[in-house]
Design a protein around this ligand. Structure first.
Ligand code: AMP
Length: 282
């Protein structure tokens, strides 16, 4: 497995005659890798001749400086996991390589998908995500790029970015990987204390409860009961719990099995912010 710190080195490698003909798959990450990331990598390895994973903690997508500073960074362990998963190349640039003029966010017309939920509660976050993903897609120029539905709103933002910038890449959305007890895997879970880790389970429990009961109650009742369950859990502070159209994130007033919809939650566990979502119908 090769590790490149600069776009020039990476592109030199990709231009070699042997590589130029190969299909290239790309998995962008912020590192502190877990099985959720590795499932994206495995799919990328299966579907492409060359698999590239990037590790970069992107300063422009953090609206909380403390969260940026405390974001887990364990590159050596990440490299071992990637090697074992069959990844061919790691792109591991410094901030200066990605933002030679300093970390500046570009502003895109991301449309309505950027407005609710994380768009509302994390101002500027998705513009930062779009900025960094656009830079990485230019540096790597992959045929396919893999994103998890764990960050479902982000996946829709990236699809929109690709559309408005006319980027020649296929965006592949991948299922959410969970711990055995249901908690969605996240690098931020590393920062939870043992009791926070246990209490955080209420988030996925409520999402699955809503899914199971989607046809038994009105939408308002489902959300009110769900919010109550979370409010009653120690150490967990709900930020939002919403049911929205899965394609455009528009608010829906009534659940219908023929309309793809998802339930989304964000909650604080101490100072750690966790997000999760579940499809209401398979
Ligand atoms: P991150 O390192 O958190 O920025 O995530 C990098 C990529 O991995 C994103 O596309 C995430 O959606 C995806 N990802 C993170 N956690 C999970 C998970 N539990 N299941 C599926 N994909 C995930």
């Amino acid at each position: 497995m090769l590790i490149f710190k600069s776009a020039a080195e990476l592109q030199g490698f990709l231009k070699q005659p042997d590589n130029a003909k190969k299909s290239v798959g790309f998995v962008p990450t912020m590192g502190a890798l877990h099985q959720g990331h590795l499932n994206l990598i495995s799919r990328c390895v299966e579907e492409n001749d060359l698999s590239i994973c990037s590790i970069f903690v992107n300063p422009t997508q953090f609206n909380n400086p403390d969260d940026l500073e405390k974001y887990p960074r364990i590159p050596e362990q990440d490299f071992d996991l990637l090697r074992n998963a069959g990844c061919d190349v790691v792109y591991f640039p410094d901030v200066e390589e990605i933002y030679p003029e300093g970390p500046v966010t570009r502003v895109y017309d991301l449309g309505p998908v950027v407005e609710p939920m994380d768009g509302k509660f994390r101002p500027g976050h998705f513009q930062g995500v779009a900025t960094v993903v656009h830079i990485f897609l230019r540096h790597v120029n992959p045929h396919r790029a893999y994103f998890g539905k764990k960050d479902y709103q982000q996946l829709l933002v990236i699809r929109r970015l690709v559309e408005i910038e006319n980027l020649p890449v296929e965006i592949v959305g991948c299922p959410i990987t969970r711990e055995e007890d249901g908690l969605a895997m996240s690098s931020r879970n590393l920062r939870l204390t043992a009791s926070q880790r246990q209490n955080a389970l209420i988030i996925s429990k409520v999402l699955f409860w809503i899914r199971e009961n989607a046809m038994n109650y009105s939408l308002e009742t489902l959300l009110a009961k769900g919010a109550d369950m979370i409010a009653n859990q120690e150490e967990i502070e709900l930020e939002y719990l919403e049911i929205r159209d899965a394609n455009d994130l528009k608010e829906i007033t009534e659940i219908h099995p023929n309309r793809p919809s998802r339930v989304f939650a964000a909650a604080f566990c101490g100072e750690i912010r966790l997000i999760d979502n579940v499809s209401l119908f398979r």
